[in-house]
Design a binder for this molecule. Structure first.
Ligand SMILES: O=C(O)CCC(=O)C(=O)O
Ligand SMILES: [Fe+2]
Length: 350
């Protein structure tokens, strides 16, 4: 069945990957009541979405694995790591990160990773923006003002009251920290990825990937590493998803050595991940990604299209109870986590 917004002719033209993206994407019911405000998400058939968490549970009870799925044990805290027979080089580690680790990396993703010289999607409009999370928490406003040395217009955070006074009368542009945090879509760590050229720009100032993230990525990468070699994390992209945000089907092909994995960690609300084949015409497999799950893509899997068509923020589907408990005293983190998903993916570039 195709979705109602796709005619049979159109559906014949779009790729299998695009078809799957449309199947799982968030759509709302058309409300018949004119003044009915709350939009209702359309129901989606999730029966074909692979659930490695339930596969893990049945595996622990010595039940047989579904066809096409194999478990490997590679000394990774003795947890089973699953692989797919049809996608060599793809590994799924359900619940690889403890709740404490998840909280730590959520905190870092919001507080430290968007800090200059790391770049974010906001750089193109506002230049480097520091302390975004704290500014949002303190109700600050980013205001465009004259540079202190007459060096052109600059964006700076200031108190809400000050912003109101300054913008009175003159057409001073401003945007609230809260709105900016909501619109944070990516930040880049280590070697900076240039989205416009889809390449790494080694001449941009950057810090090394933090040691703790480096060590974690090296530990997680082990099942997918060529024998006797070491994983050297040089860059990471942090993706931030709010309700309705998607990551379209793509390949990550700007790294030199595809035998090394991309280590991809999921944090926050549950999502659907699509793993396609080498062509967009290959029908993708859909699978759930929960907070704490880790995916590795190395070798042939590096040539497979993949993307995220959906995140779930409703109580029943988000599956973030333990994060909510941990953040219960920190209302800003709690609010963010309840409506968001974060993905940190770590790469060796050279
Ligand atoms: O969000 C995800 O799980 C996937 C991210 C990804 O594929 C990427 O950033 O290249
Ligand atoms: Fe990717």
């Amino acid at each position: 069945m195709y979705r109602a917004d796709t005619t049979a002719d159109e559906a014949a033209e779009i790729t299998a990957f695009r078809r799957a993206e449309k199947k799982y994407k968030l759509y709302y019911e058309q409300s018949s009541k004119k003044f009915y405000r709350k939009k209702k998400p359309k129901q989606v058939d999730l029966s074909e979405v692979l659930d490695f968490n339930s596969i893990l549970n049945s595996h622990n009870q010595n039940d047989e694995l579904p066809p096409g799925i194999a478990a490997v044990r590679c000394g990774f805290d003795d947890r089973p790591v699953f692989r797919l027979e049809t996608r060599p080089g793809f590994y799924f580690i359900p619940g690889a990160l403890s709740v404490e680790e998840q909280c730590k990396w959520i905190r870092e993703s919001l507080r430290s990773f968007p800090q200059p010289p790391n770049r974010t999607n906001h750089n193109a409009i506002y230049g480097p923006v520091g302390d975004l999370f704290v500014a949002a928490k303190e109700g600050k406003v980013l205001l465009e003002e004259e540079g202190s040395n007459g060096d052109g217009q600059k964006w700076r955070f200031c108190e809400e009251g000050v912003a109101k006074l300054r913008s009175k009368g003159n057409a001073c542009k401003s945007v609230s920290g809260t709105a900016l945090l909501r619109k944070l879509r990516w930040s880049t760590l280590g070697l900076q990825f240039d989205w416009s050229k889809r390449n790494y720009n080694v001449s941009l100032p950057h810090n090394k990937i933090p040691d703790a993230l480096c060590e974690l990525a090296q530990k997680l990468a082990a099942p997918a590493m060529p024998k006797g070699e070491e994983f050297h994390p040089e860059a990471a992209i942090v993706n931030y998803f709010g309700l309705g945000d998607t990551l379209g089907g793509h390949l990550d092909d700007m790294e030199l050595d595809w035998s090394k994995p991309i280590v991809s960690m999921s944090l926050g609300c549950k999502a659907i991940f699509l793993l396609g084949g080498k062509s967009r015409d290959d029908p993708p497999l859909a699978m759930f990604l929960r907070s704490g799950d880790v995916v590795l893509m190395a070798g042939e899997a590096r040539e497979c299209f993949h993307g995220v068509p959906r995140i779930f923020i409703d109580e029943e589907n988000a599956e973030i109870d333990s994060l909510e408990t941990h953040f219960s005293e920190e209302s800003h983190l709690l609010d963010y986590v309840r409506t968001s998903r974060i993905n940190i993916n770590i790469r060796q570039v050279f």
